[in-house]
Design a protein around this ligand. Sequence first.
Ligand code: UDP
Ligand code: MG
Length: 315
Amino acid sequence: MLSVLYVVVPCYNEEEVLRETDKRLNEKLQSMVDNNLISADSRILYVNDGSKDKTWELINEFYEKSSFSSGINLSKNQGHQNALLAGMFEANEHADIIITMDADLQDDVDVLDEFVNKYNDGCDVVYGVRKSRKKDTFFKRSSAVLFYKLMRNLGVDMVYNHADYRLMSKRAVEALKEFEEVNLFLRGIVPLVGFKSGTVEYERGKRVAGETKYPLKKMIQFAFEGITSFSIRPIRIITISGIIIFIVSFILIIYSIIGHLLGHTVTGWTTLVVALYFLGGFMIFSIGIVGEYIGKIYLEVKHRPRYIIEDKKIK
Ligand code: UDP
Ligand code: MG
């Protein structure tokens, strides 16, 4: 039995590029069906993420014309990550394998069969990893490197140079459903799902048409989301700096008392400085402690699964 593949494509105001995307994806899927790599029941699933242009009309047109093209329409713009999730969960009702990719053809359509080959070799998750970032602007490139470094230092496990071009098997998507958090950062969560994984390298091209839907503001928001959904280390930084200031205040207390006894200081300076440092340190430290508890609550309310079973052999 050949596997059913669903290619999930989130689209937000992509009317300029979508026709080309649909053409290339249809050609590719057809060739994969012809080569007996995937079942003829495979589909392209566009997720219209509340576009304000003709994106949904175009998807309807593709649906009428091609047997592969299909789509779902979200009631409003929910953001890239949620659109991806909506598409993956919908696709999982019908598919054995799900591949997510951007609508702008930056993700190389030609390597789709390499993803499926890796799946056939036993991988449940296959990450598309870009070979180089030559085509990206200097800004995108350096900000991305900085972001990966920062995430790693904050203790978040992420695949380097992997965006959301990714294959997941049916059971991997089922496991993903167990992560019920609303603030979603897929790149960080998918590695937590586990299972055997592999990578496919590809050359990431330029956006074929249209503009990026991730302007600077959204990029920063996205990075912030990534950090705050995975790490409570920023809170710990507050606690630690509170402790340091607290210790400094003790040294200062001793220093200024000695100064006072030796009569080197202006009247009132000692009390003022000591109170300032002591209270400042104590307050930052206290905020940190409160933060530690909030951090714990935060991790609890996510209701992340504590384990995922891969296989069972029970007689
Ligand atoms: N996208 C989406 N909803 C949004 C923003 C973006 O579905 O609110 C889609 C967009 O249509 C594209 C993908 O997410 O298919 C990635 O966006 P884009 O290519 O603009 O990001 P970039 O590659 O510039 O980081
Ligand atoms: Mg893009």
